[in-house]
Design a protein around this ligand. Structure first.
Ligand SMILES: Nc1nc2c(ncn2[C@@H]2O[C@H](COP(=O)(O)OP(=O)(O)O)[C@@H](O)[C@H]2O)c(=O)[nH]1
Ligand SMILES: [Mg+2]
Length: 303
């Protein structure tokens, strides 16, 4: 078989993004890809399912596995999230540990569960010290020192996922560790998830952003219709927002439907940005009592 030099030097592999909830894993993924495929909110446990973000460059393809944060909990939904997160680490080539640079340097205990997992595995690990925009420069060196003493990271890179600082170096460090091999996905594919999954996630993101207390964690979104006719016709999407109680349904609908309209408008704008097309979005709200507490409930809302 004939291969030119470019193909011979091609690298392709999977990078597990590991870290506790809310350190910025999904923000980092979107920024690395240059497209929003993973939802982001200020609330912990926003990401529930693993999602693959695919970045194709001239001579390499990186498959970033975003996953829920690793944390302890007994609830059925949370147990499922942590097992997703841990499974992600098993079949990857590299681990990218993400931490929050605001963590106290003399106490890395908050990341203990993540660091232990990485230490137990044999994958090369790179540390992305995220949110450096929120700390003073002099705090950085002691932090890097503390992490490098904790685990033999191949590299520790201070980054800001919000403004993109440090991401070029991070990408260079990570891709250098990928095995040689051909691309596994077409160059224009962004994710392994179908568009209808991303659409349901955008609706859930807006619910999480606009509602408080337990409502974000009681919400699951299913897509009932996803009709993508040839351009320039409008893409038609219908989704059901499942909640656990009728009081939550009332909150999501809001006064004279104001909240549901706000959720719908914001979610539709995200869908239009991703698809590059006009979208017509219809939303329904349904009560599925206590769905998040049992495996049966999870199945009822589509998990
Ligand atoms: N200031 C600052 N905030 C960030 C940065 N990266 C992420 N965030 C914020 O941290 C929160 C959690 O981000 P997310 O990506 O959902 O975290 P994940 O749970 O690890 O996926 C969101 O409010 C983000 O906007 C950063 O570099 N700087
Ligand atoms: Mg996330």
């Amino acid at each position: 078989m004939m291969t030119d030099e470019g193909e011979a030097g091609f690298r392709c592999g999977a990078v597990a993004m590991a870290g506790r909830p809310n350190v910025g894993k999904s923000t980092l993924l979107n920024r690395l890809l240059g497209s929003k495929i993973a939802i982001v909110t200020p609330k912990p446990q926003t990401t529930r399912d693993r999602i693959l973000g695919i970045l194709t460059m001239r001579d390499r393809q990186v498959l970033f596995q975003d996953a829920p944060g690793i944390h302890r909990s007994g609830k059925a939904l949370n147990r499922r999230m942590v097992s997703e997160a841990l499974a992600v680490m098993e079949d990857c080539d590299v681990v990218m540990v993400v931490t929050d640079a605001r963590d106290p340097v003399d106490d890395l205990r908050r990341d203990e569960q993540v660091l232990q997992r990485v230490a137990a595995g044999r994958l090369p690990a790179v540390l992305a010290l995220n949110k450096v925009d929120l700390i003073a420069k002099p705090a950085l060196l002691p932090l890097i020192d503390a992490y490098s003493r904790r685990l033999p990271f191949k590299a520790i890179v201070p980054v800001c996922a919000l403004n993109g600082d440090g991401l070029d170096s991070l990408l260079a460090e990570v891709t250098a560790l990928l095995p040689e091999g051909p691309a596994m996905f077409p160059a224009d594919q962004l994710s392994d998830r179908p568009l209808r999954f991303l659409a349901s996630e955008f609706v859930r993101e807006k619910v999480m952003l606009f509602t408080k207390q337990e409502v974000p964690y009681s919400t699951a979104v299913g897509i009932d219709l996803f009709e993508e006719p040839d351009p320039p016709a409008v893409v038609r999407i219908a989704a059901t927002i499942n909640v656990e109680r009728s009081s939550q349904k009332a909150i999501i609908i809001g006064k004279r439907g104001a909240m549901l309209r706000r959720i719908g408008t914001a979610a539709r704008e995200e869908m239009e940005a991703l698809l590059g097309r006009k979208v017509y979005l219809e939303l329904f709200v349904r009560v599925e009592r206590d769905w998040s507490t049992s495996d049966k409930g999870l199945r009822k809302v589509g998990y």
